[in-house]
Design a protein around this ligand. Structure first.
Ligand code: AMP
Length: 602
């Protein structure tokens, strides 16, 4: 019920007093975007004035924008490697941040095959929590009655390590779920989850998923929204249900918990609530044993009003599958965030996925934007030249234009290129709203893995060494992220040159080539294969000789210039995929898991 509050918001009537405050905060921040940005920059620069990094560029205590822009270079992660290395190895001096770094957050973006290590400080948790606290007040503007039930969210912690110098290194969500901010959050009727903390915090992914699914089934009538962070995660949960519903139904029937749940705290917590419920067991059996799983989400959880998952960016590939399983429930993309910094939220979360725009909250960090020329990814601008380029401030971006995002954070990243390309769609007050266009240089992605062209090239090169004993080589290749099955997998199309047809590469060799490629890919990919089970075995599809020439002919027939034609290293356009698939002569899958361990190799 909307309250008639003196704090009522231009965004719409708030659902309660607490929401009114949150909406008012959004209004204040977005109305004063320019002054908030100036304040944030001045705060960051004055707090960190004595850090080695700011002293190196002779900021001499200046906190104004002009000095900052004229003296500090635009950087990438690679530029910060020496500092990150020193911190990882135990140097506790104020290198990037005056406040001690509390941990490293391990990004799904990689550098030299390993997750990037993002410095963070304790107070960043407050900033992240602040952004989370704005999500439900906005959602309540569009969906009524979310305080009358629960959210079924599949949330997971992942493995963590320590750097040689003893700092924790773990993903940002693992850090958040393990924090008191999350674990001891006060009761909020709009944020009640079916998953107990013990299930979310269980490090074993099977036990965690099993118990979260079980609790979600037990509470099925109370579930009003269903989600995971990314679309791929929610589909993994559906797949899990397909594989495990019999055992889950058995547990409900008998009131006894699967013996594979061995985590003592988790077991104790679930056993307390699990009572025999033959009726529910029968229902689950009835629905899940059908061949047709279309609309399974609304059949099992009939009161679900929307799915809360990110389907923007690389995740857009999952929209048709989610629609299939959910019977077309609305898909809400609520926020835009990263390990480096949480950026902002969607003020119209029930809009169509293609219309999602995120409003960057100006209090989260200091933001700059580099005008982005489409198609000039790596060559577009030489950031290494002496004078820093003219970057645009948050309030000065122009509607319709694309930009690359740069951030300066409280934890000490200065003018750091995040690697995301955004397009301005409009403004809320004076804060711009952005459509997420894509991440730069990402060729293939199934889950949080991001494989770029160079990584794929190296993988193909390494694998093709195995062809030498067959006197064969890879003439051309391209790739595709196949998400028709769950989990999805990488498909690499190879056209081979076989010099001796009596000794052409056999299935065994090509399977080993698949595995060799997987061994070459970055650690986020291998973690997805080994620990998270979120990526299926890589597949090589051998295509007939001449296929890539046909591909070129096709491109030229559609207007490509013959002189400039380059083989695309990833294809998504259906007619080209159909052409490739119609020329496939053999298919081979990776026969084993690649190596992966939580320990970093460097
Ligand atoms: P990580 O560093 O692993 O936390 O990943 C952060 C990256 O995930 C961002 O820089 C984006 O590329 C991507 N990302 C995060 N939120 C969204 C979103 N809402 N839509 C599309 N991509 C997103």
């Amino acid at each position: 019920m909307a309250v008639d509050s003196p704090l009522s918001s231009p965004l719409g009537p708030p659902a309660c007093e607490k929401d009114a405050k949150a909406l008012q905060f959004i209004e204040e921040m977005t109305r004063n975007a320019e002054s908030v940005q100036q304040r944030v920059l001045a705060e960051i620069l004055s707090r960190n004035a004595e850090t080695e990094y700011l002293r190196r560029f002779q900021l001499n205590g200046a906190t104004d924008r002009e000095t900052f822009k004229s003296k500090l270079p635009v950087i990438t992660y690679e530029d910060l490697q020496p500092e990150i290395h020193r911190i990882a190895n135990g140097d506790r001096s104020a290198i990037l941040s005056a406040q001690p770094l509390s941990e490293f957050l391990t990004s799904s973006g990689t550098s030299a095959g390993e997750r990037k290590l993002m410095p963070t400080i304790k107070e960043e948790l407050d900033r992240r929590q602040l952004l989370y606290s704005l999500l439900m007040p906005v959602m309540n503007l569009y969906v009524a009655g979310l305080d009358k039930g629960k959210g079924l969210y599949f949330l997971f912690v992942k493995s963590e390590t320590r750097t040689p110098g003893g700092l924790l290194a773990r993903p940002v969500l693992t850090s958040y779920y393990k924090s008191d901010h999350f674990k001891t959050r006060p009761y909020d009727p709009y944020n009640v989850y079916t998953s107990p903390n013990e299930a979310i915090l269980c490090p074993d992914s099977f036990q965690s998923m099993y118990t979260q699914m079980l609790c979600g089934l037990l509470d099925r009538h109370q579930v009003l929204r269903l989600g995971a962070v990314f679309a791929s995660g929610l589909l993994r949960a559906i797949r899990f249900l397909q594989l495990n519903w019999r055992q889950l139904a058995h547990d409900m029937e008998t009131g006894s918990l699967n013996l594979k749940i061995t985590d003592p705290l988790l077991r104790e917590c679930i056993v307390k609530t699990l009572k025999p419920n033959p009726e529910l067991a029968q229902f689950v059996h009835h629905e899940c044993s059908k061949d047709d799983w279309e609309g399974i989400i609304v059949r099992i959880w009939p009161n679900t009003k929307y799915l809360d998952v990110i389907v923007t960016g690389a995740m857009a590939q999952y929209i048709p599958t989610l629609d299939y399983y959910s019977g077309g429930l609305p898909l809400a993309c609520t926020m835009y965030a990263s390990s480096e910094c949480y950026f902002g939220l969607n003020l119209n979360p029930m809009c169509k996925p293609s219309e999602v725009s995120y409003t960057i909250m100006p209090n989260m960090a200091y933001f700059e934007f580099f005008p982005h020329e489409p198609n000039l990814d790596s060559t577009g601008f030489d950031f290494t030249r002496e004078l820093p380029p003219k970057l645009v401030d948050l309030v000065d971006v122009e509607v319709g234009k694309e930009y690359e995002l740069l951030i300066t954070t409280y934890a000490g990243l200065c003018r750091y290129r995040v690697g995301d390309i955004l397009r301005v769609t409009g403004f809320h007050n004076s804060a711009p709203q952005f459509h997420f266009v894509r991440r730069k240089n990402v060729l293939l992605s199934i889950d949080s893995d991001k494989t770029d062209e160079a990584e794929l090239q190296t993988a193909v090169e390494n694998a093709s060494h195995l062809l030498r004993e067959h006197n064969a080589s890879v003439v051309e290749y391209t790739s595709h992220a196949d998400t028709k099955t769950i989990p999805g997998h990488y498909v690499v199309y190879w056209e081979l040159l076989v010099k001796d047809s009596t000794n052409s590469p056999d299935n065994d060799t090509l399977e080993q080539c698949c595995l060799a490629m997987e061994e070459s890919l970055n650690s986020v990919y291998r973690q997805g294969r080994v620990a998270d089970n979120s990526i299926g075995p890589l597949e090589i599809r051998g295509v007939k000789n001449g296929t890539f020439e046909e591909l070129m002919d096709y491109a030229i027939s559609r207007g490509a210039s013959i002189n400039q034609y380059k083989v695309p290293r990833c294809v998504n356009f259906t007619p080209i995929l159909e052409l490739l698939d119609s020329r496939v002569v053999s298919a081979h899958f990776s026969p084993a898991l690649p190596h992966w361990s939580p320990e970093r190799s460097q």
